[in-house]
Design a protein around this ligand. Structure first.
Ligand code: PEP
Length: 253
């Protein structure tokens, strides 16, 4: 069954103490008012082991924002998928546009990361999306298709079924510019059609596709109302419990 998901991406924000406070606040708010969707909080690596035991695992899943493309060994400063999983984290964002742009993560690298995340029982939240020039040139579908083909479509249907996709138009991330509801639905439906062509209707119907890019409490309901939008990956608005909860509540009737 396709899951509705709201996932936060803290990026490089919050000290450990601030992160602990935030996760406690989110947990308390959701204990008091149960969510109508799955909730995921992705934090910097350094927070994972501390915040995982602080949340009710039936309400919140914790995730990392990245993992290494190597299993283990002499890779100073890297954090492996096995290490992430050993903290109790269940998810791992991969392929975020900031990782692709600033840390030169290619489809080949991402392919390895996805395989390692899956091998360690993590659910990858795999990000795809076009930059502004590509949208202006009208080639957004080709860009997203090549990201899917390059890093995910090597997977078996069984493994692909474990992936969550996040469509994040890069021009909408942290800019205050949100894709219109129509633009989001159009791309989500396109992604689902590509998944169907590769893996068949059942896998495509079960695949959760999240929207990311300046999603906030005021626009979440409209975005999530689209038939192919299964939730959101939330950056800035996940840093305040009230805003994050406001987006989670968009799934309530
Ligand atoms: C993100 O970086 O995943 C994101 C969606 O950021 P924001 O919500 O701040 O645009």
């Amino acid at each position: 069954m396709r899951k509705k998901i709201v996932a936060g991406n803290w990026k490089m924000n919050k000290t450990l103490q601030e992160g602990i406070e935030l996760v406690k606040e989110i947990n308390t708010a959701l204990e008091a008012d149960k969510p109508a969707c799955d909730v995921v909080v992705c934090t910097p690596f350094i927070h994972l082991a501390s915040v995982t035991p602080l949340v009710n695992p039936s309400l919140i899943g914790i995730g990392a924002e990245n993992c290494a493309d190597k299993e283990s060994g002499a890779y100073t400063g890297e954090v492996s998928a096995a290490m992430v999983a050993s903290t109790g984290a269940k998810y791992c964002i991969l392929g975020h546009s900031e990782r692709r742009a600033y840390y030169h993560e290619t489809n080949e690298i991402l392919k390895e990361k996805v395989l390692l995340a899956l091998a360690n029982g993590l659910t990858p939240i795999f990000c795809v999306g076009e930059v502004k020039d590509e949208r202006v040139a009208g080639i957004q579908n080709q860009v997203v298709e090549s990201q899917l083909e390059g890093a995910l479509f090597n997977l078996s249907a069984e493994d692909f079924g474990k992936i969550v996709i996040a469509y994040e138009p890069v021009w909408a991330i942290g800019t205050g510019l949100t894709a219109t509801s129509e633009q989001a639905e159009e791309m989500h439906a396109f992604i689902r059609s590509k998944v169907e062509a590769k893996y068949g209707k059942a896998v495509a119907e079960d695949c959760s596709i999240l929207y990311g890019g300046s999603c906030k409490p005021s626009n979440a309901k409209e975005l999530f109302a689209n038939p192919d939008v299964d939730g959101g990956l939330i950056g800035g608005a996940s840093l305040k419990a009230a805003d994050f909860k406001g987006i989670i509540d968009a799934w309530k009737k």
